[in-house]
Design a protein around this ligand. Structure first.
Ligand code: ADP
Ligand code: ZN
Ligand code: ZN
Length: 759
């Protein structure tokens, strides 16, 4: 390929500046410049030196070559980006709609010098026996933090300082006092390496025959160089992680590398430690808490081939591995795999694309697979395996449904049904633990009748209406608005209201009704501090409390063998979110929350409290019936033309003036409707309309977005649906052309979201 000219994107993040400029590559730089490089270029009339990214190199000028300016230099601290990263960025930009710059920033690590970071390690000065004596003393005095540290130091001689202060909750003052007593010492090292430090390696457990069959099957394809896709469906505790570890071991033996995606919330110390024990310092962790410098350091280690395995949330996909052999995606149904910033990509789709560049294998795992993943299996595009047994023993819990309408009718106004109340008393007497799960995921103010369970719904969209402060009920799909009725339209009851109880109210109710029970609460308020999430969970695991109250955060992570009762409060709350995935999410959450009971040797009970005991999602979850749920949900998606059967593109218009935002979305929606009539293409586009396309595209909207205004920026949305995703991608291209011609201000812009996760 010729290298005389380079197309360069200027490093300005602006929705409209989605454009490359051509520059001449001076001879002295010709064997250096590569796609992805950051370079300094003279720009604009004043020839001010600014930085840009090289997108592609070529030998044909697009303009009069005499007028082209020259690249000045390669930017200092330059990272040689992988060509696959650029290729992936170009693909993401096309598929999801973003500026080239936004896509590039997603895939390229930011060079930041890591300077002066001191790595501290806690080193034990005592042997096991002396720690045992110390431990007994701590236990008498209930010094929980010291107990945790002593237990860890009995297993590992050295522990990273941050791990001890953050995850074990040991204060630095406490560490100083232990150091003064000579129990430990703190070593400092000037170089930043592995964020977790030295961990003793351990041989992973041997596989059961069920697990072995899966590993053998996947690896037989891998050895033939086939990059296939797999889904492992198995409840928590059925041994998926051990399967991943064995797969990766063989991938490494083949000289290849692996990426393990885990949702941030499940990326706990316990999980990470298992990978460290298996792969030592050949594994590295990236998470959102790493500073840009640390992240860059991890990326460079990966690039230089110093690591074989990277674990992290969705952004771990962009670690520059040159010998990628496998991508594993645990808890693949999790919403956090979808990016909420541009480009709004889904990690599953990007994983498939990236894997195709390397012929790598992709392994998804979940107890409750997404409709998307299971649909791909049905379509023959993925192979599905099941793990059916819980390997640590324990039986599946017995699930009871408490009808809260009946509780009210029979005079019980407590948050707790009588059945749950009785079971809780019994558990407290027996010194067993209880989890109370408040299901308020995505809750956005729907209104329901406490007497008959009726929920106020939009007559046009099959979603619940949201209550607004001005006393109206609004549909965030189509804009339908009514005044909030005084009484229930179906039974005339006056108990028509929104749901008010939060985790705090539940905790207060517990103090009143169960004063003997010690409580821990976990929600957005109590976990705001770094790592307090894990502190609360480990405190509960150490039996420092009898009852753990929490939102969806508690359904992941630690195992609690002491828990024999799970109460699910307001099980139906997440059903009425304005979102076609509300039912799926409710099923997943309830199934996983229920799975938290009876992990240990004692049998467990689950009480699902609901105003709609007959609801299909609640019924399927109570029976832990994934296949039944999937069948019925897929029928609904087919009927409504929702993903995974069809695809959906959300067009979001942002503006500081409400009137202009509405004008913008109205204009775009009009264009979309014209295109829909012509089968998915605008006359302004460069293409001919697709034959036979009429009727395959439908447009909904415009309407104010679910959250209509954020930081004084108004948001409006429209939706387009089509069975063919590429039709939507082309519509997006057409709209981008329309948008470029519009006289928009700096603070007016449009974003695209394909198959949105949060509506
Ligand atoms: P998952 O990822 O599905 O939750 P894990 O791999 O974490 O399952 O396994 C759950 C528990 O069962 C862990 O404590 C693990 O050590 C244990 N386990 C998994 N596989 C085996 C096995 N083949 N033999 C013995 N114990 C196992
Ligand atoms: Zn009613
Ligand atoms: Zn509607």
């Amino acid at each position: 390929m010729g290298r005389e000219y380079a197309n360069i994107i200027v490093d300005i993040s602006h929705e409209k500046l989605d454009k490359t400029f051509q520059y001449r590559i001076p001879e002295r730089l010709q064997d250096q410049i590569e796609p992805g490089m950051r370079v300094m270029i003279p720009f604009g009339a004043g020839n001010k030196l600014i930085q840009g990214y090289v997108m592609e190199c070529g030998d044909t000028p697009e303009y009069d070559p005499g007028k082209l300016k020259e690249i000045e230099s390669v930017a200092a601290g330059q990272v040689t980006a992988e060509s696959t990263a650029i290729r992936l960025a170009v693909w993401m930009k096309e598929q999801y709609g973003s500026t080239t710059n936004q896509a590039l920033k997603m895939v390229l690590p930011v060079k930041k010098t890591v300077k002066g970071i001191v790595k501290k390690t806690i080193v034990s000065n005592m042997d096991r026996a002396r720690w045992q004596t110390a431990l007994e003393g701590y236990e008498r005095k209930h010094q929980e933090a010291r107990i945790r540290l002593a237990k860890e130091l009995m297993e590992q001689n050295r522990l990273p300082y941050e791990l001890v202060t953050d995850k074990l909750g040991v204060s630095s003052a406490m560490l100083r006092s232990m150091e003064e007593k000579g129990q430990i010492r703190v070593e400092s090292e000037n170089q930043y390496r592995n964020p977790i430090g030295d961990i003793r390696r351990e041989e992973p457990l041997a596989l059961s025959s069920e697990q072995q069959a899966i590993v053998d099957d996947i690896m037989s394809h891998r050895r033939k160089g086939h990059g296939r896709k797999y889904l492992i469906q198995g409840i928590t505790g059925s041994g998926k992680t051990l399967v991943y570890i064995h797969l990766i071991r063989q991938v490494i033996e083949m000289g290849q590398q692996a990426i393990v995606l885990i949702p941030e919330i499940a990326l706990t110390y316990q999980t990470v430690l298992r990978f460290y024990k298996a792969f030592g310092d050949r594994v590295t962790v990236v998470n959102s808490r790493l500073s840009p410098g640390e992240k860059y350091d991890q990326f460079m280690r990966a690039k230089q081939g110093e690591v074989d395995v990277v674990i992290g949330p969705r952004s771990a996909l962009f670690v520059p591995f040159e010998r990628l052999g496998m991508i594993i995606m645990d808890e693949e149904h999790e919403g956090s795999y979808k990016s909420e910033t541009m480009p709004k990509y889904h990690a599953r789709e990007v994983a498939f694309e990236l894997a195709s560049y390397y012929n790598a294998s992709v392994v998804l795992g979940s107890a409750t697979p997404s409709l998307e993943a299971n649909y791909l299996c049905e379509q023959g595009q993925m192979t599905k395996y099941r793990l059916t047994r819980r390997l640590t023993g324990g039986t599946l819990p017995e699930v009871h449904i408490a009808d809260m309408r009946r509780e009210l009718k029979e005079g019980n106004r407590s948050i707790f049904s009588r059945q749950l109340h009785e079971m809780m008393e019994e558990r407290l007497r027996r010194k067993e633990q209880i989890i109370l799960f408040l299901n308020r995921r995505g809750y956005s103010g729907f209104v329901s009748c406490r007497t008959c369970g009726e929920v106020m719904q939009c007559p046009h969209c099959d979603v619940s209406l949201s209550e607004h402060r001005n006393g109206t009920l609004v549909c965030h799909y189509c804009g339908y608005t009514i005044r909030k009725p005084e009484t229930c339209p179906s039974c005339n009851s006056r108990y028509l209201m929104g749901f008010k109880a939060g985790t705090q109210q539940i905790e207060e109710a517990l103090w009143r009704e169960f004063p003997e029970g010690k409580t821990l609460r976990m929600d957005a308020d109590t976990t705001r501090q770094k790592d307090s999430y894990e502190e609360i969970l480990s405190a509960f695991a150490n039996r420092e409390a009898d009852i753990l109250i929490g939102t969806q955060m508690i359904v992941k992570g630690h195992d609690f063998p002491g828990v024999t009762l799970v109460g699910i409060l307001a099980a139906d709350l997440s059903l009425h979110v304005n979102d076609f995935r509300a039912g799926e999410r409710t099923f997943q959450l309830l199934t996983q929350a229920a799975g938290r009971a009876g992990r240990g040797q004692l049998p467990g009970d689950v009480v699902i409290q609901t105003y709609q005991p007959e609801d299909m999602y609640i019924q399927y979850a109570s029976r832990q019936d994934y296949d039944g749920f999937y069948r019925e949900e897929l029928e609904y998606r087919e009927l409504m033309e929702y993903p995974p059967v069809a695809h959906m593109m959300c067009v979001q218009a942002f503006a500081t003036e409400e009137r202009r935002g509405l004008g913008l979305i109205t204009k775009l929606t009009k264009e979309l409707r014209i295109a829909a009539k012509q089968g998915g293409s605008l006359p302004t586009g460069e293409r001919k309309p697709e034959p036979g396309g009429a009727g395959t595209v439908s447009v909904i909207g415009p309407a104010p977005a679910g959250v209509g205004k954020v930081k004084d920026v108004y948001r409006f949305v429209s939706y387009v649906k089509s069975p063919d995703r590429q039709v939507l991608v082309r519509l997006k291209d057409d709209l981008e052309r329309v948008i470029r011609e519009l006289p928009l201000t700096d603070r007016e812009y449009v974003q695209f979201d394909f198959d949105p996760m949060n509506i």
